[in-house]
Design a protein around this ligand. Structure first.
Ligand code: HEC
Length: 439
């Protein structure tokens, strides 16, 4: 597969949030938690789905990787790199398979323990924004305005079920009936299928959708509201969660709890029987970009801007994992005026610097000075890199970003990027030399 010439495509908001320092919180240091937060992503955690009765968790990130976690062992099982850009959505399929949808317009279907997709579903003409699956049917929404239905085990073809005027932002599917509901930037909610879906013209575009066990749909909107919409498209209940857009939503498998998180302000837990917000969970890692309930309908999993995955007891309204802010040495150095660290923020999603942090989408840069290209231990390089004879130094790293990876290291999988200001390149390599253990 050739993947040269691609650009790093985090949205402006994603880029901004990547740079946001961790938010401090009021929990005393030293508090003991049964589980650790899950660390591994190099960017905000954008999508979460629980698989195999809560044994595994699938996460997708702005760092372009998908990670499969063993929730019992509290560790990453597999890191899957396929998408060329942010992973915006994941959905669980039958037989141990799942799908991921990306900024690169593609949907990858993953099965068993393979680290390459068993199928790649192509057809969308713009980034995939949302995925949903039920009864072996997979549906996807895209910035291209369409909602498509796929048969992921079949030939990889799709049929258009909805068309929005503008982007299709969210999609969900009813477990019992396979009815598809989608929302678009045209502020419309569509239910059913072309040519004549039911239509509800909305007050603010819905950003995330989920289905309740009775077939009603939960819609979270840009106006900070969560609404429950019945099968005949009537708003049954409305909750004012926030005053700014809601980015993530999850419904407990038993349908009793709804969790929603805005781009600030923590996670609201709605108890449907009481018809009110019963908890507001706050901690670091805001904004929360993704939410999923575990199979017990009690454990809530959240993915945040600080790249880690946390767990909460949604019934008791308490954290199950540490709520201490993640240390971000790059952000700290950048805040203290280190120019090189400021420049390195563009690299941070894909490269770590210390021996403990390992490889992300790109190899660790720990020990990179004096190292031959393509030789970081345990990293699966493209075919091109290990064939070259470059040795990394201040000069060669500066040159890499002066003319760009495609020109300097043809065939590389690193997205094309250049640093045009010579002073920035110099600051970057000097800072890198200091922090990557060079002697
Ligand atoms: C979106 C991910 C991404 C970003 C952002 C990124 N890189 Fe990379 N980088 C990679 C990947 C992937 C590779 C390995 C390429 C291959 O195997 O072809 C790589 C390789 C490298 C290498 C060669 C390492 C080796 O062991 O030979 C260096 C040096 C490097 N990157 C530095 C940087 C710096 C400095 C920045 C920021 C200015 C940066 N990268 C930004 C993904 C990224």
């Amino acid at each position: 597969m050739t993947t040269t010439g691609r650009k790093l495509r985090l949205g402006a908001l994603g880029r901004l949030l990547l740079l946001a320092p961790a938010v401090a919180c009021g929990v005393a240091a030293g508090q003991a938690f049964a589980q650790e937060v899950l660390r591994g992503h190099g960017g905000p955690v954008r999508a979460l789905a629980v698989q195999a009765q809560g044994r595994t968790l699938v996460s997708g990130s702005f760092d372009s990787s998908v990670i499969v976690w063993d929730l019992k062992a509290n560790a990453a099982q597999r890191v899957l790199r396929f998408h060329q850009g942010a992973v915006n959505a994941v959905a669980i399929l039958p037989d141990g398979c799942f799908a991921s949808g990306g900024e690169d317009k593609r949907i990858a279907v993953w099965c068993a323990n393979a680290d390459v997709p068993v199928r790649v579903l192509e057809g969308h003409e713009a980034p995939v924004t949302s995925l949903a699956a039920a009864n072996g049917v997979l549906v996807s929404a895209s910035f291209d305005g369409t909602v498509r239905q796929w048969n992921p085990s079949g030939g990889g073809t799709s049929q258009i079920v909805h068309r929005h005027m503008g982007a299709a932002m969210a999609v969900t599917i009813s477990f019992g009936t396979n009815v598809v509901v989608s929302a678009g930037s045209d502020v419309a909610l569509l239910r059913g299928s072309e040519p004549a879906p039911l239509r509800l013209q909305w007050t603010a575009p819905a950003t995330v959708l989920a289905t309740l066990p009775n077939g009603d749909v939960v819609a979270a909107s840009a106006d900070g509201h969560v609404r429950i919409v019945s099968a005949d498209m009537l708003v049954v209940t409305e909750f004012a969660v926030d005053r700014i857009p809601i980015a993530s939503l999850a419904v407990s498998p038993d349908g009793r709890l709804i969790a929603a998180a805005g781009l600030r302000g923590g996670i609201a837990i709605i108890d449907r029987a009481q018809a009110k917000i019963v908890h507001r969970l706050t901690g670091p890692g805001l904004p929360v970009w993704s939410l999923a309930f575990d199979g017990d309908s009690r454990t809530l999993i959240s993915g945040g801007a600080d790249r880690v995955i946390r767990r909460w007891d949604a019934v008791a309204g308490k954290p199950l994992t540490s709520t201490l802010p993640e240390r971000d040495v790059v952000a700290e150095a950048a805040a203290s005026g280190e120019r090189g660290a400021v420049v390195f923020r563009a690299c941070q999603a894909c490269h770590t610097l210390s021996p403990d942090d390992g490889n992300r989408a790109g190899p660790t840069l720990y020990g990179v000075f004096g190292r031959r290209i393509g030789t970081a231990p345990g990293y699966a390089y493209s075919e091109a890199l290990p064939r070259m004879s470059i040795v990394w130094s201040r000069d060669t790293i500066a040159r890499l970003f002066e003319i760009g990876p495609n020109a300097y290291t043809p065939g590389t999988r690193m997205p094309e990027q250049t640093i045009n200001d010579p002073a920035d390149r110099q600051a970057l390599v000097e800072w890198l030399e200091r922090v990557t253990g060079a002697r």
